[in-house]
Every structure is written in structure tokens, then in C-alpha cells.
Design a protein around this ligand. Structure first.
Ligand code: HEM
Length: 551
């Protein structure tokens, strides 16, 4: 803490001296886009009112500091004011960082020039103590092999098992009883964000480890593993977003403050994972001698252990931790904002209920048979509503790559080796040029068409069951990179949709989720590595007079 204060103080004094003697540059020029978002020409002047002022040595430190509590929203505002939806943020000591919401540039970095834009050193270093060499934090062959082995966990059979057993059990045995109890007492206020995080944490641990942490229980207990995990994510993301990385590096060397807490949290998470891995190895060995198939459920951990190539226990721990990280806060973030938006849009809620009701009438959605999987996939309207909600509140609001060699972006902007290029799904979902002047409205219809609509041409994002009135129209994934896109597109996308749709049917079919906020107040957005509601999402649960859930 003392070190942090001292460093900040020295830094501030030196900045003032520089500004006094040199003056800030008043206007910044950026390059306009050739395709995609707005501008058609090169080099245009952006709105100087919104572009952060930059000074020698300290760059835009003051603007970054002033907006530190609304970093994501601020960057989105600046991007929106830039003619090519792309601007350069000047950092300390002449470092430049490119921010973009231009689909052509996103396509360039995620697809056509993928090899020049891996995860950069800053990201890797900030997350390495926690994620090690797991899939989320590596490039090249180490990444490719992990992706290949784990992709089997996302085949049709595994997905079916996931929805019909893991999600279904968590829903009916844990979530529904908690909500039902809250619905009986009007005074009960639940933090829906916390509930959803517990729900997805249990789910992802079962998929990754084959282990049930039982984090979603009526008493909402502290979970040793979950809490340590949360602390490690928070402090690691604090590193990543730190204005002066030297501060956390110094604290790490000294082993003080947040860095000390991070070390403790990471060692708790790893010890826990190590015990589970040893237990799993024992089960696999037992299974191979007794030939008992049922002894080991196939989860991601078992796949790696059974492939026989992973003798390094620490590496296996890295792999599993990365998966939990990938699947944990993303789905809960999506659902938290979804329930908020639905509560504000009764027409959308009505359509969802109708869809859930149709499932029930067509014989599915009974929560027990194999129909659940197919019926869940057929929830086209709910699928659209989830896409629309993630357009406005993408669970991963920004994503950073780093150029290996000098490169030109499609709009002609030169990117020097080592420059961080950040694409910004949060800003992209709010660009009128991409979504129209009604971009601020929550309208699932933009993802749908009715059979016979003139502009027919849905690209198969949903299957549109017989008798349903909607079919899904997907968007270009570089215009809507909420799950990233290209070779590193999210592996869990389909799993996430199945989980979310099943949970939406199970919850909204039975209950109304009513925000318990003062009149006129809206939840406050903030982001660590994922989008969150500051202070949680207080709700009251009301029973529905008609049970639409089908159970
Ligand atoms: C709404 C839910 C989800 C969203 C919005 C989402 C989004 C993303 C994004 C943006 C990335 C790229 C991150 C980066 O490289 O910096 C990613 C990667 C990944 N996601 Fe998801 N994700 C979701 C759910 C899941 C789930 C449930 C899993 C299951 C385990 C999962 C597994 C992964 C994995 C393994 C990667 C790394 C892929 C790679 O690097 O090759 N995700 N996801």
C-alpha cells in the first residue's frame, strides 16, 4: 500500500512538470475505415471533444485515471466518436494501444492475420500466476493441442448429457427450490447475480472435473474453492487493468497487499484441484483394472488424463482452471443482464413464455426425457433474446491481442510490433452504423424472421421447429464477436446457449423475476474480466399463476 502511494505520488509530480513545460497535444488524428463501420476515407479528424488528450511521457494518463471506474463505457464512447470506430490510446512512455469496433479490423486480427495477433505478453503475464499455461492463456502449439483434446467434450453426445443431466439436476434440485422458497415470502430479496454465479459454477465444475462443489444451496454458503477462485480472478483482472503495472509487480516482489492475497488464493485453488486430479487418476486406474465403464464420467479432466500425454500434474491443473474460468462468469453474466432486460420488456417476456408453453404443449420440456435436449435447441425466440441481451451487455466486453510484427490494418493504420490491439464487443453492440438508430432498444426481433418474410435468409443459428412462427437470422461473427471468432472462437458457445435456454425456460416458466430497485434506478454496469452489476442484482421472486415450465 505504501509502495503504491509512493509510486503514484512520484508519478503525478513528474507528469505535472512535463505538462507545464511541454503542453499537451490538442488534437489527434486517426485513420478512417475503408469498409465496415462509418468512414469511407482515410485519415480523418476525430471529435476532439471525446478523444482523450495525450501528453508527452504520461500519454492519456489523466483521462484513463478519471474514467477508471467506467473504463468499458468510456472507451465505447470514444470509439463511437471516432470516424473509423477505431482510435489510438496513448499510454505511459509512448506505448500505443489500438481500440476498435470496426468489423473489418476485427476480421483482420481474428481471422486473416490471426498468426500476427496472439494473446500478448501483458495479458499472459497478468494472468499467468493464476491460469498458468491453460488454454486461455497460451498461443501456438500448446494452445492447439489443448483445443483439440478438449473439443471432444463439446460434441453432440456430451452436450446432450450436459443438458439432460448436469443442467437439469442443478435446475430442479437446487435452483427451483430456492426460488420457490423466495416466492412464498414477499419480503425475501435475492441477489440474482450471486445465485446465477453459483449455478454456473456448479455446472462448470461438473463439466471440467466431474466434481460437484454444491455451491448453490439454500443457505448460500461460502465455498472454499469458489471464493478462492473469485479472489484470484478479481486480483488478476486488477493487474490487467492496472494503469501502472509496475505497482503490482513491485507488490509481487515484496509479497504484500493484493499480491499476497493472490498468492494465497491461487495456492488454495491449485491444492484443491490437485486433490481432485489425484482422486480422478485413482478412479481411472481402478476402472482400467476392473473394466468398469461407469466408474469414470467423461469430463474434461478425464479426457486429458486418459489421453496419456499429460504426466505433468501442474499442467493438467492449468488446463482445468482455464476451463472453469472460461465457463464460470460468462454464462452468469449473460443471464444476469438478460433477466434485467426481460423484466423491463413485458412483450419480450410474453413471447418467451409462449415459446416455453409451446414446448410443453408439443410434449417436450418435461424435464425428464431426451426431449429436453431437442426442445431446448428449438427455443428460437429465446435464443434471439439472449443474443440481443449479449449485444448490449457482452459477457466479455473487451478482448486484447498483440502484434508480433509491424502490420497495416484494413483502414491503413500502421500497427507497430508489440502494439496491443483491443476489439470491443461492448462498443460494437452499441454502434448505430451496425445496428441502426434503434440500437439502444432491446429488440430480439432483429435476430428473427417469420416464414414468408421478404428478406428470407437465416443462416441456421436456430432450427425453427415446425409450427413455430420464427426462424433465427444469425449475424456475421466479426460484427458480433461476443464469442470471439475465427480459430479461437469460444469452444463452449453451444453449451452456453443450451444451458442458458434451459435455465430461462425453467425459471421464467414458473416465476417472475422482479427487480427490487428503487423506482427509476437501473443496475450499474462494471467489468472486471466479465460484465457485472455493481453490488449485485436484487430481485423478488413471484410465482406465475400459470406454470409454463412444463414440469
Ligand atoms: C455466454 C457464455 C460465453 C461467452 C459469451 C463466451 C465468450 C468467449 C470469448 C469472448 C472467448 C475468447 C476469449 C479470449 O480468447 O480472450 C471464449 C473462449 C473460450 N470459451 Fe467461452 N464463452 C462463454 C461460455 C463458455 C462456456 C460455458 C465454456 C465451457 C467450458 C467456454 C469455453 C471457452 C474456451 C475453452 C475458450 C478458449 C478457446 C480458445 O482459446 O481456443 N465458454 N469464450
Amino acid at each position: 500500500m505504501l509502495a503504491e502511494l509512493l509510486a503514484s505520488f512520484l508519478f503525478l509530480i513528474s507528469s505535472m512538470i512535463f505538462i507545464l513545460f511541454t503542453g499537451g497535444n490538442k488534437k489527434r488524428s486517426i485513420t478512417g475505415g475503408k469498409q465496415g463501420v462509418p468512414a469511407a476515407n482515410n485519415t480523418v479528424s476525430a471529435d476532439p471533444g471525446l478523444l482523450p488528450r495525450s501528453y508527452p511521457v504520461i500519454g492519456s494518463y489523466f483521462a484513463i485515471y478519471a474514467n477508471r471506474d467506467r473504463r468499458v463505457q468510456w472507451l465505447a464512447d470514444v470509439i463511437r466518436s471516432s470516424p473509423s470506430a477505431t482510435f489510438i490510446l496513448h499510454r505511459f512512455l509512448g506505448q500505443r494501444q489500438v481500440f476498435t469496433a470496426n468489423p473489418a479490423i476485427v476480421h483482420h486480427i481474428l481471422k486473416t492475420h490471426f498468426h500476427n495477433y496472439p494473446k500478448g505478453e501483458l495479458l499472459r503475464e497478468s494472468l499467468h500466476d493464476f491460469l498458468g499455461d491453460g488454454i486461455f492463456n497460451v498461443n501456438g502449439d500448446t494452445w492447439k493441442v489443448q483445443r483439440q483434446v478438449s473439443s471432444h467434450e463439446f460434441n453432440r453426445r456430451s452436450l446432450r448429457r450436459f443438458v439432460e443431466t448436469v443442467v437439469e439436476t442443478e435446475l430442479s434440485d437446487r435452483l427451483v427450490p430456492i426460488l420457490a422458497a423466495a416466492a412464498e415470502d414477499k419480503a425475501t430479496v435475492l441477489d440474482m447475480q450471486d445465485i446465477l454465479q453459483r449455478f454456473t459454477f456448479d455446472n462448470i465444475c461438473k463439466i471440467a472435473f466431474g466434481y460437484d462443489p454444491a455451491y448453490l444451496l439454500p443457505s448460500l454458503p461460502p465455498g472454499e474453492f469458489a471464493d478462492a477462485f473469485e479472489e484470484a480472478v478479481l486480483i488478476s483482472s486488477g493487474r490487467l487493468n492496472s494503469i501502472l503495472p509496475v505497482v503490482w509487480k513491485l507488490k509481487r516482489v515484496l509479497g504484500v497487499g493484493s499480491e499476497r492475497r493472490l498468492r494465497l488464493a491461487v495456492s488454495r485453488v491449485r491444492d484443491f484441484a490437485r486433490d481432485l486430479i489425484r482422486e480422478k487418476k485413482r478412479l481411472i486406474a481402478e476402472q482400467s483394472t476392473t473394466n468398469e465403464e461407469a466408474a469414470v464420467e467423461v469430463d474434461i479432466l478425464s479426457r486429458f488424463l486418459m489421453s496419456g500425454d499429460y504426466s505433468d500434474e501442474n499442467f493438467v491443473i492449468d488446463i482445468v482452471i482455464s476451463f472453469i474460468h472460461a465457463g464460470r462468469d460468462t454464462t452468469s453474466a449473460a443471464l444476469t443482464w438478460f433477466f434485467w432486460l426481460v423484466s423491463q420488456n413485458p412483450d419480450v417476456e410474453r413471447e418467451i413464455l409462449e415459446e416455453v408453453h409451446q414446448l410443453k404443449s408439443s410434449g417436450g420440456g418435461d424435464g425428464s426425457g431426451t426431449a429436453v435436449f431437442d426442445e431446448t435447441r428449438d427455443m428460437v425466440y429465446t435464443h434471439a433474446a439472449l443474443c440481443e441481451s449479449m449485444r448490449l451487455y457482452p459477457p466479455v466486453p473487451v478482448d486484447t491481442k498483440e502484434a508480433i510484427v509491424d502490420d497495416f490494418l484494413p483502414d491503413g493504420m500502421l500497427v507497430k510490433k508489440g502494439t496491443r490491439v483491443v476489439y470491443h464487443p461492448y462498443a460494437m453492440g452499441r454502434l448505430p452504423e451496425l445496428w441502426g438508430s434503434d440500437w439502444a432498444e432491446f429488440k430480439p426481433d432483429r435476430w428473427l424472421e417469420r416464414p414468408g418474410d421478404a428478406s428470407s435468409g437465416g443462416n441456421g443459428g436456430g432450427r425453427g421447429a415446425p409450427g413455430r412462427k420464427w426462424s433465427f437470422v444469425g449475424r456475421d461473427q466479426y460484427l458480433y464477436p461476443v464469442f470471439q471468432a475465427g480459430p479461437r472462437v469460444c469452444l463452449g458457445k453451444e453449451m452456453a446457449f443450451l444451458q442458458m435456454k434451459r435455465m430461462v425456460a425453467g425459471v421464467l416458466g414458473r416465476f417472475r423475476v422482479v427487480p427490487a430497485l428503487d423506482k427509476g434506478r437501473e443496475p450499474e454496469y462494471f467489468a472486471d474480466l466479465t460484465s457485472k452489476m455493481k453490488g449485485g442484482f436484487p430481485v423478488r421472486i413471484e410465482p406465475r399463476t400459470i406454470d409454463y415450465s412444463g414440469n
